[in-house]
Design a protein. Structure first.
Length: 201
């Protein structure tokens, strides 16, 4: 029987992307919708890694299963690394993707193309009850466009143009994006770890 692996995210887009990246592993991947509701964890860490671990530990202990959670965000050089760990709520606690993108574009309105460098960062944490976390990190370098392009992905994907490309993440097919995205890179490493873990057991 496959081991249960819970994806610790309420973001449907992120949960689906994580599940897709883990497809074919000898784990029974579940999402939070498969369990009774619990209050959200407090994400008061100062780094992506701290918040990823907090979420993974919280959901693992809440449901008594292995949990994979990530914390990710956009780091824009011209505005001091913002939105960073506040990427999901950049325009306010109840902000949606459209509002966050609009705020970012407003902040960068006077910034020239050469200075719109940015990177997506993803820290993924795997935790089993009572065991120390295992963390993997992925980084995708790129720049911020001048207007949203593409209807794919979620978050800041329509604004982010990865290094070496002319299209945004929002314009890429999911299969293409996962090969070069921050989450794809982190999960490729995590996938290798989970494969080794399953073999040892």
């Amino acid at each position: 029987m496959a081991n249960v692996l819970l994806i610790g995210s309420r973001n449907r887009g992120k949960a689906a992307e994580l599940a897709g990246l883990l497809e074919g592993l000898p784990w029974e991947v579940r999402c939070l919708a498969d369990y009774a509701p619990v209050p959200p964890p407090v994400e008061d860490g100062l780094t992506f890694e701290e918040n990823a671990i907090k979420k993974a530990v919280y959901f693992s202990e809440s449901f008594g299963v292995a949990c994979l959670a990530d914390d990710s965000g956009l780091v824009v050089d011209a505005i001091g690394g913002a939105p960073g760990i506040y990427s999901a709520r950049y325009a306010g606690e109840t902000a949606d993707d459209k509002a966050n993108n609009a705020k970012l574009l407003a902040e960068l309105e006077a910034v020239a193309e050469a200075e719109r460098t940015a990177r997506f960062v993803c820290c993924a944490a795997f935790v089993r009850p009572g065991e120390p976390p295992h963390v993997e990190t992925g980084v995708a370098e790129g720049r911020i466009g001048f207007k949203p392009r593409g209807a794919g992905g979620f978050g800041y994907d329509p604004l982010f143009i990865p290094e070496g490309h002319t299209r945004t993440f929002g314009e890429m097919e999911a299969a293409e994006k996962k090969l070069i995205s921050h989450r794809g890179l982190a999960l490729q490493k995590m996938r290798s770890y989970l494969e080794r873990l399953a073999v040892r057991e």
